[in-house]
Structures are given as C-alpha cells and as structure tokens.
Design a protein. Sequence first.
Length: 133
Amino acid sequence: IRFKNVDGRMVVSEIAESTVASEYYQLKEGFIVEKINSYESKDYSFDEMMMILGKFWNNDSEVDIVFKQNIIHTHIYKFLKDLGCGEYYGQFIELGAKDLYDLNYLEYNDLIKMKMPYEERKLILNKLNLNVM
C-alpha cells in the first residue's frame, strides 16, 4: 500500500497488485488511515504516522491498520449532495472523478452502471449541461 499526505491525513494512494491489500476487496484508494496498531492518526502528523508504520513493520513484519472511507473530494460530494445524489459519491470516486472538471468525461452508461434512477441521471446531466440522453 502506498500513502500520500492529503491535508495532513494519511490516505491510500495506490494498492499494489497481487498483495494481501489488493485481495481485501473493501480497501480502496482514497481511504484514510484511522489507526496503526494502537496509534490513532488524529493524534499524529502524516510524517509521524509514516514513522510509526515503518517502526512496526521493521520490528515485527506485521501491522494492523484501520481504514475509514472519508470525503476527500469535497467538490464532487457537494455537487452530488446538492442534487440529492450524495449516496453515489463512492461510485464517482471509483470512476476516477477527483474534481468537478473530471465530470465532463462522465458517460450516460456510467450512471446506468451505478443503478441510478432515471430522474437522478437527468438531474446530474442537466446540471453538467451534458446532453447524452
């Protein structure tokens, strides 16, 4: 697992293929580290958490990491929430949307694959001025 510093938080930036982490189906890029062993991330800086992770890994060759999904891309979430579609946030992030500009590449079939009802698809596409229906 690779991590990046997002506003002082330790965030999953990449999950290497063919690793235990990649086989854990619920772990996704963008998840935030909440705890490493008994050390809660809210009490430490990104650099300190990386040092804690390295210490445990180097000493014990094992580490327990607790992750939580968090709203990282707030512009995407606000856009969806304002339309009453906030529950689709995770699926938009899975599509690769990191900011509102990325929504220009949204395709109608993406919304269908999300099992989004017609009225919600229409709301989103109208707000983006995309006429793909």
